[in-house]
Design a protein around this ligand. Structure first.
Ligand code: ADP
Ligand code: MG
Length: 452
């Protein structure tokens, strides 16, 4: 299984960080009234520190004596965990530091990671949120969690949740002020306001796709793909369904393309015959490439290669010297390799998401897993009407937006967003960063989180 350890460790000593300024200022109450009892019941020893200023948790992590603690528990929102992760990642001994088990109980107003963890664990995150989160915590199961190294103007950040640009980040930022007043509804109110005066953002979005991806049928309409030699392969639809030979969604492949003995270019035809594609596998058997004349090349690897890719990335990342190498990313001002796909134009939003939830009413990326080694890049381009955008926001709540023809959701290993102007907002894990070129790559399973 994925769980690293299910046995009770001998000494469970947690450092508990409580942010008295998070949410409506109730984090200490949450800890005293709800969490403490359960930790005692579970024989967990702990020491509580109340953070004194923004940045305090980062400082504490820089000098934490790793051997003394089983883990660090955050009672706050995503912001305090962000501080902790960045503190640990900026140590010279970051490889060991990242073995520290991290836990989080919702004490803030933005608790997207807690929602995602509880969702994965089958626990509620609406009713008795704190209780359910603490329950997950005291089960002592630890999972690896993907991080994303994010590079932007002058800084390098380590993110566990999302990078957002466009309407999503605008709403997140602008509706901050309604937090205490409206709670979760702040997003809905903010969305209505932003849709009414809809903006579009010009720029370039580039990504290195994960292989097991074929874009949605309707999006391929009218495009032709160049081809290579064919071998047998498996395609995985963007929603995770796998099609070995005969079918890809509403598309079907002829025998000759699938049985591996065709030297002719393969074709994929839709059932209603209005979609026409050609796919090919490079001379290297495992690589499927779908070349799109308009937007470049989607390289693809077979499923068996995925573990290999993760191993390769992590071997390249975990070099003994500090800081963390990011092998998939060229310098921010340098051109990208040909294997990247480039989208140019105007966007309503571009979000890189690596957890299921961005909020308790925002199931942004239902197919995300805590350690799938994948960034889910969600793109909504200009062209969607205000009505349809409103509908889309309602669909976010249960994740059904993934079926919308206006939403492109691509599993990627790395991305770069280059806004043309500095208007609007870019947020990393809900924290504002400059609106400027920004790029990121996944660091598969680098953190350890108490979950499930
Ligand atoms: P919320 O979900 O309510 O936003 P967060 O955990 O995200 O809660 O915390 C919000 C911000 O508070 C974070 O950016 C964090 O750095 C900052 N912070 C932490 N401790 C303090 C403190 N003692 N005083 C003021 N700000 C703090
Ligand atoms: Mg926050």
């Amino acid at each position: 299984t994925d769980a690293e350890s299910c046995d009770l460790p001998e000494l469970v000593k947690l450092l508990v960080l409580v942010n008295p300024h998070s949410g409506s200022g109730k984090a200490m109450e949450v800890f005293e009234n709800d969490v403490k009892v359960m930790l005692k019941e579970a024989d967990v020893q702990y020491k509580v520190i109340k953070t004194e200023y923004a940045g305090h948790a980062t400082e504490l992590m820089k000098t934490l004596r790793l051997s003394e603690w089983y883990g660090v528990l955050i009672v706050s929102g995503d912001g305090l965990l962000f501080e902790v992760v960045n503190g640990l990642m900026n140590r010279n001994d970051w490889i060991e530091a990242m073995e520290t088990n991290l836990g989080i109980v919702p004490g803030g107003s933005g608790n997207a990671l807690c929602c995602s963890i509880n969702y994965a664990a089958g626990e509620s995150f609406r009713k008795d949120f704190v209780l359910h989160s603490t329950f997950v915590l005291v089960k002592h199961k630890v999972l690896p969690m993907d991080l994303v190294v994010v590079e932007t103007k002058g800084s390098r950040l380590y993110s566990f949740l999302s990078v957002t640009w466009g309407i999503i980040s605008d709403i997140d930022y602008e509706s901050e002020k309604y937090r205490n007043l409206l709670g979760g509804a702040r997003f809905t109110v903010g969305a209505i306001k932003r849709i009414a005066s809809l903006r579009h953002y010009k720029g370039r979005v580039s990504f290195l796709p994960v292989t097991k991806y074929i874009p949605k049928c309707q999006r391929l309409k009218g495009r032709a793909f160049s081809v290579g030699q064919l071998r047998s392969f498996t395609l995985t639809h963007s929603e995770g369904r796998r099609y070995a030979n005969s079918q890809i969604g509403s598309l079907s492949m002829p025998e000759s393309m699938c049985n591996g003995n065709s030297s002719e270019p393969g074709r994929v035809n839709s059932e209603n015959n209005d979609v026409f594609h050609e796919c090919g596998v490079n001379s290297n058997d495992s690589i499927l490439s779908i070349n799109d004349a308009e937007s470049g090349c989607y390289p693809a690897f077979s499923d068996d290669d995925d573990d290999e890719i993760v191993r390769e990335i992590m071997t390249a990342v975990k070099q003994p010297d500090s800081p963390v190498p990011s092998p998939l990313l060229p310098a921010l001002n340098e051109p990208l390799p040909d294997s990247w796909v480039v989208l140019e134009g105007e966007f309503v939003t571009v979000c890189a998401v690596y957890q299921t939830h961005l909020g308790d009413d925002l199931l942004a990326s239902p197919q995300s897993r805590i350690n799938d080694g994948v960034i889910h890049l969600m793109v909504v381009r200009k062209g969607i009407s205000k009505n349809n955008l409103l509908k889309l926001f309602l669909e976010f709540e249960n994740g059904s937006h993934v079926d919308s023809p206006y939403v492109e959701l691509v599993p990627v290993l790395a991305f770069r967003i280059e806004p043309e102007s500095s208007k609007g907002n870019i947020m990393v894990d809900g924290e504002q960063v400059p609106v400027a070129p920004i790029q990121g790559q996944v660091l598969p399973g680098l953190a350890k989180i108490m979950a499930i």
